[in-house]
Ligand binder design. Structure first.
Ligand SMILES: [Zn+2]
Length: 390
């Protein structure tokens, strides 16, 4: 979508400008927390960041991730995500009888719209020996196939079952919905006459946006209240969701700068002749500009930066598509997260056309204007205001 490295650099610089304030305020809070534990501390180490952030969520937001977990049993979460997608996009999900599953824990499903089969999918959601370790959506057939519909699969590693064995972290619920977003994109876009026009051929810097947008629904009380229940059937309390939402943005500034570090390093390793690439120098230069954490001597973080292989120069796509997803979501925020007309327009104008148009046109069709990073920048600036109040 970007067309040139300059467009990417300008975009990354603008995001940095919007995130910096929140990052500085967050760093100060991390340092204060560190000083409660070690009064002589003058800096925060990168490796203490997640631990200190969890302590801050407990002390400042009274949020205990273990308390949250008891409302998210896998079976309920799966049913809740099915129901959400059914309500939003006017589809029905049914068992796929007689499906050729490859393992007994794999379930198979069909998605219908107005009584017509849209696609089929498998859920392979729990860990076992020798299995892929991450969470992802995979196309099996993009369709239209001999029986006319695409087939896709989710491969994830979540706990299985009810409240005794299947409790999930809220982040896992978000991941489930994110991956399910890719899956429905595959099914909705698998309908054209030419198989190559499915979503798999969309620009890479757009492909994450629909799933990133969908993540917002797991922060919506009305959505959670439909399926988040504890073992006794008590619905998740609104006050708990309020705390989750309040704590959601803590860390967004520091986290965004981290993403910008990766994005700039990835770009800088590829925007010059290879003879001029000094891996350490480029990393350290970007690190000192973008990370509030101390750079340690004799470490080479790029060596474990797996996305350099595969993504090469385009790690920026995560931030770029996040900015698009924020703009897309603004339409739902304005009209209501359950607004059927908005959801139907989104399904028909953004998801279903697959790669039959450039992504910028799909977004334009839905928003009625060109997309802009302003909504994302405003969100980051707003996070800083929230920080300042804490
Ligand atoms: Zn994704």
């Amino acid at each position: 979508m970007t067309g040139s490295p300059e467009v990417v650099s300008d975009f990354l610089d603008a995001v940095e400008g919007a995130a910096r304030n929140a990052a500085e305020l967050e760093y100060d809070r991390l340092l204060s927390k560190q000083q409660e534990l070690a009064p002589d501390a003058t800096t925060v180490s990168d490796w203490s960041r997640s631990y200190l952030a969890e302590l801050i969520r407990k002390s400042d937001y009274e949020l205990d991730s273990q308390e949250v977990r008891k409302y998210f049993a896998y079976n309920d979460v799966r049913d809740g995500i099915f129901a959400l997608v059914e309500d939003l996009f006017g589809v029905e999900i049914k068992p796929w009888e007689g499906a050729p599953v490859w393992q007994e824990s794999v379930s198979a499903h069909e998605m219908y719209r107005d009584g017509k089969l849209v696609g089929r999918f498998f859920l392979d959601m729990h860990p076992r020996d020798g299995k892929y370790k991450h969470a992802a959506a995979f196309p099996i057939r993009f369709g239209p196939t001999s029986d006319g519909v695409p087939v896709a699969s989710l491969i994830c590693n979540f706990p299985a079952g009810d409240h005794t064995t299947g409790l999930m972290e809220h982040g896992q619920v978000e991941t489930f919905l994110h991956e399910f977003g890719h899956l429905i994109h595959m099914l909705f876009s698998g309908q054209p006459d030419y198989a190559n026009l499915n979503m798999g051929n969309l620009e890479w810097d757009f492909i994450e946006a629909p799933s990133q947008m969908l993540e917002n629904w797991v922060w919506d009380y009305d959505t959670l209240a439909k399926f988040a229940k504890d073992a006794d059937g008590n619905v998740i309390p609104p006050e708990l969701v309020e705390k989750m939402v309040a704590a959601r943005d803590f860390g967004i500034g520091v986290g965004t700068l981290r993403q910008l570090l990766y994005a700039n390093v990835s770009l800088d390793y590829y925007n010059r002749p290879s003879s001029e690439v000094d891996f350490d120098e480029i990393w350290n230069e970007n690190q000192s500009k973008l990370s509030p954490f101390v750079t340690l001597p004799d470490v080479h973080p790029y060596a474990s930066f797996g996305h350099l292989d595969g993504y090469s120069a385009i790690y920026y796509t995560y931030q770029w598509s996040l900015a698009i997803s924020t703009d897309l979501f603004s339409e739902f925020e304005a009209n209501g997260l359950r607004d059927a007309t908005t959801a139907a327009r989104y399904r028909d104008l953004v998801l279903a056309p697959g790669a039959s148009k450039p992504a910028a046109e799909l977004v334009h069709d839905f928003l009625g204007r060109d997309w802009s990073p302003e909504a994302y920048e405003a969100y980051l600036l707003h996070a800083a205001e929230g920080e300042a109040e804490e």
